[in-house]
Design a protein around this ligand. Structure first.
Ligand SMILES: *Cc1c(COP(=O)(O)O)cnc(C)c1O
Length: 320
């Protein structure tokens, strides 16, 4: 991992479906440590705590966070214990993507499906794991905690500098949310409006996440309201289609869990913004948009094989 390269990421300008969009390329931060997980772990990366010997977290065995945490632990020579409910059969039989890389980095992936009974994984860790750990740091799922703020603040500063150099006085920032940690801290440190959408859970869940982190002390990002319910981790034809169009039109590969919904929501937003401009003769220009590419491309490996399977089934159905 090229830590010394962690100086910031470039901004590209693309045109997608006729609309110009700036892209903050956090997928290019460092070869093996990209995206918003790198931002969230930045504080730990930059600061040394000799007392620490282990990091403990939990979540999905396919998550981008698991992989990024495993890179950090390897670099720092910490043990990494990552708790999951269970590892799906197909993944155990064919380790791939984030899961495989994390295993190779020496992470202990611990399934507690039976042990935890009715407790959530986090409750289980607090009750049965942490009391016996003296030199461990616990990081909540997806790195959603105040530790994440410092790295995201740096992202905000990069955006402010870029806008200054490019003489852009207003820009809408768009990024899709999981826990909402990245969007929230970005809004905290930016005067530009941050737009986001809820990829995990519904709009109310995301608002609750914002509230839990901000304690109401600063303003929240704007949640673009979801018209249709998408279930996190499921595959949808329109997700694959927009992902492929983006790749073809811009040459940039986005990730497949969050970005398709982010781009679909952004398209709706731009459409209704343009409509409101037409209705209001006083406004003349459409807003500049900066989309944050939050990395996570390793996860595409397992997502793409699921999409290919779906496509094959589709083709077969058409032939039958
Ligand atoms: C983790 C992740 C997100 C969600 O980030 P939050 O801070 O949890 O909202 C979005 N996109 C990608 C690619 C991610 O890896």
């Amino acid at each position: 991992m090229a830590v010394n390269n962690f100086v910031g990421s470039p901004v590209d300008q693309i045109v997608f479906d006729g609309n110009p969009v700036f892209i903050k390329r956090d997928d290019l931060l460092a070869p093996e440590f990209s995206g918003n997980k790198a931002r969230k772990l930045y504080y730990l990366l930059e600061n040394d705590d000799a007392h620490l010997a282990k990091v403990i977290s939990y979540g999905s065995p396919q998550s981008n966070f698991l992989y990024s945490l495993s890179e950090l632990a390897k670099l720092k020579q910490w043990q990494c214990d990552f708790y999951v409910d269970h590892v799906p059969r197909f993944l155990m039989d064919n380790p791939a993507g984030n899961y495989l890389r994390a295993l190779n980095n020496g992470v202990n992936i611990i399934s507690i499906n039976k042990e935890r009974a009715t407790l959530t994984i986090e409750e289980y860790i607090h009750r049965f794991v942490l009391p016996n750990e003296e030199r461990a740091l616990f990081i909540p799922e997806g790195g959603s905690c105040p530790l994440a703020e410092q790295g995201i603040k740096k992202l905000a500063e990069e955006i402010i500098n870029w806008a200054e150099v490019e003489k852009i006085d207003d820009v809408k920032i768009m990024l899709p949310s999981g826990t909402g940690t990245t969007a929230l801290y970005l809004q905290k440190h930016l005067s530009f409006e941050v737009l986001t959408c809820a990829c995990v859970g519904d709009d109310e869940y995301l608002e609750e996440q914002f509230q839990a982190l901000s304690k109401g002390n600063y303003s929240h990002p704007t949640i673009l309201p979801m018209q249709k319910k998408y279930h996190f981790g499921k595959i949808y034809v329109e997700f694959y289609d927009i992902w492929l169009s983006l790749k073809k039109q811009t040459g940039i590969e986005f990730e497949l869990l969050y970005d398709p919904l982010g781009w679909l929501m952004l398209q709706d937003y731009v459409k209704s913004y343009m409509q409101s401009l037409k209705d209001n003769v006083n406004s003349l220009s459409s807003p500049s948009i900066l989309y944050i590419h939050q990395g996570g491309l390793l996860g595409n490996e397992t997502m793409l094989s699921r999409y290919r399977r779906m496509k094959r089934l589709d083709d077969k159905k058409r032939k039958d």
